[in-house]
Design a protein around this ligand. Structure first.
Ligand code: ADP
Length: 277
């Protein structure tokens, strides 16, 4: 039998001493998952033995092939589902969370203002109380002046900006993002990547970001956890050796290219470890 790529000396040498799963990150762990398993009602074992920390202030990407349990892990963090086994523990209790999905999920019959107001309305704030925060959030995502527009009048990228403003308006300590830019064209995606990093730096929000893209994960993240499927688990960790914010210069730099190479290798190993797609 051949040695799985994740365990091979070539793979370990390429990743260096930091991996797999060294558990680094500058901030304290906000939430820890230990031995987490998730089995769905139909018997699908989506996650098994998942160990993961989310550290204060980091931009953490969960990278892996389809079906490796990235969205399930995010839903567990969001409290939308519970582990079947193992422990998920928030160090100081569950903080304010924001959630951004792949689809902007806007109310088509409501204005941009009303869409961003929704989470504050659910918290009992009046429109008058909420207005400065909504204006600030729209300003932060570059949609100043669009409060009275309807979703149908906006491009795909602008709708995603509204979705991000709606998540940021509650000032979440942790923002959970499930492949938010996957449906956007490359140019819009690049611009939104830059704006998201700027927003993360301005607010100090911790971000957990699910993606399929090696390049996106390296550009955005301070740390990447690579997951494998069948069953879903974490198999490698890559620390990106460049502080946030990033710039176009970073995209053209040797550390970016080298980190993409390492990450790509780790993803290939994870795909091999998970069996045929
Ligand atoms: P990813 O986000 O990495 O693509 P998911 O977390 O969506 O992976 O899914 C992990 C596994 O769990 C897949 O095999 C998927 O089909 C299965 N799965 C996800 N949600 C459910 C569900 N509600 N019921 C049954 N199986 C599910």
């Amino acid at each position: 039998m051949t040695t799985p790529l994740v365990d091979s000396p070539v793979f370990k040498a390429a990743l260096g001493p930091a991996s797999p799963l060294r558990g680094v990150g500058d901030g304290a762990a906000l939430v820890t998952l230990r031995g987490v398993e998730k089995t769905f009602a139909n018997g699908t074992l989506a996650l098994k033995g998942l160990d993961l920390d989310v550290r204060d202030g980091e931009f953490l990407s969960l990278l892996g092939p389809s079906g490796c349990g990235k969205s399930t892990a995010l839903r567990l963090l969001a409290g939308l589902a519970s582990p079947s086994r193992g422990a998920l523990t928030w160090a100081g209790g569950r903080p304010e969370l924001g959630f951004v999905f792949q689809e902007p999920t806007l109310m088509p019959w409501s204005t941009v203002f009303a869409n961003v107001y929704l989470p504050l309305k659910l918290k009992g704030l009046s429109k008058r109380e909420a207005r400065p925060r909504i204006e600030e959030a729209l300003e932060q995502v570059g949609l100043h002046g669009f409060a009275n527009a309807y979703p149908r009048e906006l491009s795909g990228g602008m709708k995603m900006r509204v979705s991000i403003a709606r998540a940021f308006v509650t000032k979440p300590a942790v923002l959970l993002m499930d492949e938010p830019f996957a449906a956007l064209d490359e140019i819009t995606r690049t611009k939104l990547n830059d704006d998201l990093v700027a927003l993360k730096c301005a607010t100090g929000t911790t971000v957990v970001f699910v993606t399929h893209s090696v390049f996106e994960s390296v550009y955005l993240s301070t740390r990447i956890v690579v997951m494998a499927a069948r069953p879903g688990r974490a198999v490698a960790e890559i620390v990106v050796p460049e502080p946030l914010p990033r710039s176009e210069e970073f995209r053209l730099s040797a550390p970016y290219a080298e980190t993409c190479r390492k990450t790509s290798l780790a993803l290939h190993a994870a795909m091999e470890a998970g069996g045929p797609a």
